[in-house]
Design a protein around this ligand. Structure first.
Ligand SMILES: Nc1nc2c(ncn2[C@@H]2O[C@H](COP(=O)(O)OP(=O)(O)OP(=O)(O)O)[C@@H](O)[C@H]2O)c(=O)[nH]1
Ligand SMILES: [Mg+2]
Length: 462
């Protein structure tokens, strides 16, 4: 790994490269203050000899030739109590793409090096400001698209998951000390290692890790969103329902059957939970090639969906076409029947179905809120429970794999004790591997390659 020792000073644009009110160039490293002094001038055009720690200073940034680039607010934050643990400088300029780039270029010409993606966070980790779970959480926060994903990420950053894992590790370390004593002093006749106690401690850790792993399935919702497909014959109001759930006119709605010909996918949050809504082409015996392909795709999408909303035009009643689709879908456990166009009077109602069903009007919005609740009920999801669980929810595959590894090693120990193969050497070996796996989650192992992999998924300036 390059510059593991963080000896050089890095800089990057930390705001999105787009027009905006403010753009920020961030500098971290030994030379941060020196560079600031080189590029900063006071309002009257004079260099500034000293900067007060953590105080915003108004002034001007000049290029190598002393030409003015922009008016700015700059702040110098002395390490080690900074995000990266090093001296940090932030230059807040106007948010034009050109101006921010020019400031960065000037800073680079004064001795900083362009930061790699995630390098600021990497330094924060290396300098012990945050652990690995927290570093990853920063990326999760940036990418969060729903209230729930944000909540989980913020909890990860606060360290609730880290401290849970640390507490399991601490207890296992204690156990390791006992077992090692038994390895080192075999003649003392393993009084030190009471297998009952070892087993008890190991079982406790197993239970805790299993509990963490159970949250991974719910974590999937955060990573991928719940997939909800809207299906039915043409013209029943599928696209209107999509728009109603999205609260915007995303899909084209007309009274011509066969309006939607391809699958439309959009992301929304329902009750704070991320959802991928899939509007599909109305299913019928199509002669048109384009429509046929659309219908074939629809059928594919229905197979992948966590929930299928089968829409019926209640003002028309249950037609032959509806019946045919219903025959195909009725065995699907994820089915919810949605009787639409309630505002026009219904010829068929939920009483006619034994499945989970709701009467709505995509046009007036009646029943839409209730439908969200019904979807959660169908998935056995309780938003409140999910939010509670979010304290220590596992969302990353890396964490899951390492927890599974630790679990396997601990189960080996349990088995060895149960089958009375209690050689302390063996127990110590498995325990070491379990500890390594848990340590790797929070980054307490020398794992340089892994660091590169993790931090390279960040964007520059983080
Ligand atoms: N009165 C009333 N009309 C509705 C309602 N929902 C949809 N419509 C109308 O029904 C017609 C068809 O709506 P769409 O949303 O395009 O139907 P669709 O199921 O997507 O149709 P295809 O894309 O052709 O399969 C439009 O004229 C809508 O305005 C409703 O709740 N009440
Ligand atoms: Mg449509």
């Amino acid at each position: 790994m390059k510059d593991y020792l963080c000896e050089d000073t890095i800089a990057a644009i930390s705001t999105p490269l787009a027009k905006g009110a403010i753009g920020i160039v961030r500098i971290s490293g030994e030379k941060a203050l020196e560079i600031l002094k080189k590029v900063f001038r006071t309002k009257s055009g004079k260099p500034k000899k000293s900067f007060e720690n953590r105080k915003m200073t108004y002034g001007i940034i000049v290029d190598e030739k002393g030409e003015e680039i922009d008016e700015v607010l700059a702040v110098y934050m002395k390490g080690p109590k900074t995000f990266t643990g090093e001296d940090v400088v932030e230059i807040h300029s106007h948010g034009g793409i050109y101006v921010v780039r020019k400031i960065l270029r000037t800073v680079l010409s004064c001795g900083a090096r362009l930061a790699e993606p995630g390098e600021f966070t990497k330094r924060a980790f290396i300098n012990g400001r945050i652990d690995l779970v927290q570093a990853e959480a920063i990326n999760e926060i940036i990418n969060a698209e729903s209230e729930l994903s944000l909540k989980v990420a913020v909890n990860h950053l606060k360290g609730t998951l880290s401290s849970k894992i640390e507490s399991i590790r601490d207890r296992l370390f204690h156990l390791k000390a006992l077992i090692e004593a038994a390895v080192d002093f075999p003649e003392e006749e393993i009084e030190i290692i009471e297998t009952g106690k070892v087993k008890e401690e190991v079982e406790k850790a197993v239970r805790e890790i299993e509990k963490l792993l159970e949250t991974y399935e719910d974590g999937r919702i955060i990573r991928e969103g719940i997939k909800i497909a809207i299906a039915g014959r043409p013209n029943v109001g599928k696209s209107s329902l999509l728009n109603a759930l999205l609260k915007e006119e995303r899909a084209i709605v007309t009274n011509i059957p066969g309006t939607t010909r391809d699958v439309i996918e959009e992301t929304v949050t329902l009750k704070g939970i991320p959802v991928r809504l899939i509007d599909t082409a109305g299913i019928r015996e199509a002669k048109d090639v384009v429509e046929k392909i659309g219908i074939a795709r629809t059928k594919e999408k229905l197979k992948e969906a966590d929930i299928i909303l089968f829409v019926i035009d209640g003002s028309v009643g249950f037609t032959k076409e509806d019946k045919k689709i219903y025959e195909n879908l009725r065995d699907n456990p994820n089915l919810i029947i949605v009787i639409n166009k309630e505002d026009q009077g219904l010829r068929i109602t939920c009483k006619d179905f034994k499945e989970l069903c709701i009467e709505i009007s995509a046009k007036t919005g009646k029943g839409i809120e209730k439908l969200s609740g019904l979807i959660m009920k169908k998935l056995l999801l309780e938003p409140e429970t999910l939010f509670k669980e979010s304290e220590t929810m596992i969302t990353s595959e890396r964490h899951k794999n390492l927890l599974e590894k630790a679990l396997k090693n601990l189960q080996n120990i349990k088995k060895s004790i149960e089958s009375e193969i209690e050689s302390p050497e063996f127990l110590a070996l498995d325990l070491d591997e379990a500890l390594d796996a848990l340590g790797e989650i929070v980054g307490k192992k020398s794992i340089e390659d892994m660091l590169d992999i993790i931090f390279s998924t960040f964007c520059i300036g983080k």
